[in-house]
Write a protein that binds this ligand. Structure first.
Ligand code: 13P
Length: 243
């Protein structure tokens, strides 16, 4: 499997700005040895999809509804995302866990909805600064994985992605050292092997930029990157996916 680099645009851009950035990507980025995904907000999925060459870029969403259909005002179904050409969908990003109080029981339903619709869930996990300080990183990550994935059937390795994003590294400019990320990814893979009997890609996120991307990507167990701020400028993102 190729390493996977995902651009999470979060809610940083308006519809028009998203369209413009997609056009900039298209103009500036011609190839990559990696699999690359772009994750705009819901409103911009279609226009971004239309402006990016599908050979090079996969489309991704930042969230989805826990159910496929029904009276759930304000939600967006995995079925619609699939029809829009979406492949990857973030689930349980720390911003959703913190700002919107999303709990493992809800995230589990979202993973199930994504799998049922044929999307690839990108389950986000990560410890906060005080958990890290208390030496609880491994137990926190294990619990986050177990609570969401226990007993779920994952058909093949590439039907799931796990994104490890230490909360204190997100948007802080303080990325985890690549060697430390490698060790944690190995631990995560051990948990996943026991839990779902698969070896999904485990990617790293948190203050990734063109300055450190290559350091991460040279490690064998860092299967890709989840990039926030540094994906909002085409030239910078180009450097990352050319690392
Ligand atoms: P930054 O790359 O801006 O730190 O954001 C990371 C992130 O949360 C990606 O999902």
């Amino acid at each position: 499997m190729k390493k996977l680099i995902l651009a999470n645009w979060k809610m940083q851009l308006s519809f028009k700005e998203s369209e413009k950035l997609a056009r900039n990507y298209q103009a500036k980025i011609k190839n990559s040895v990696f699999e690359v995904g772009v994750l705009p907000d819901f409103s911009a999925l279609e226009i971004v999809g239309r402006n990016l060459p599908t050979k090079l870029f996969k489309l991704g969403a930042q969230d989805l509804a826990p159910y496929l259909k029904g009276a759930y005002t304000g939600e967006v179904s995995a079925l619609s995302l699939k029809q829009l050409g979406v492949k990857y969908v973030l689930i349980g990003h720390s911003e959703r866990r913190q700002e919107f109080r999303e709990k493992s029981s809800l995230l589990r339903l979202k993973v199930q909805a994504a799998l049922e619709a044929g999307l690839v869930p990108v389950l986000c996990i990560g410890e906060n600064a005080s958990q890290k300080k208390a030496g609880k990183t491994a137990s926190v990550l294990r619990r986050q994985l177990e609570e969401v994935l226990f007993g779920l059937r994952i058909e093949k390795d590439n039907a799931l992605v796990v994104a490890y994003e230490p909360l204190w590294a997100i948007g802080s400019g303080q990325a985890l050292k690549a060697a430390a990320a490698e060790a944690i990814q190995v631990m995560i893979k051990g948990v996943l092997a026991n839990l779902v009997g698969r070896f999904p890609r485990v990617i790293y996120g948190g203050s990734v930029s063109s300055k450190n991307a290559a350091d991460f990507l040279e490690w064998p167990n860092i299967d890709g990157l989840l990039v926030g701020g540094a994906s909002l400028e085409a030239a910078e993102f180009k450097k990352i996916i050319s690392a």
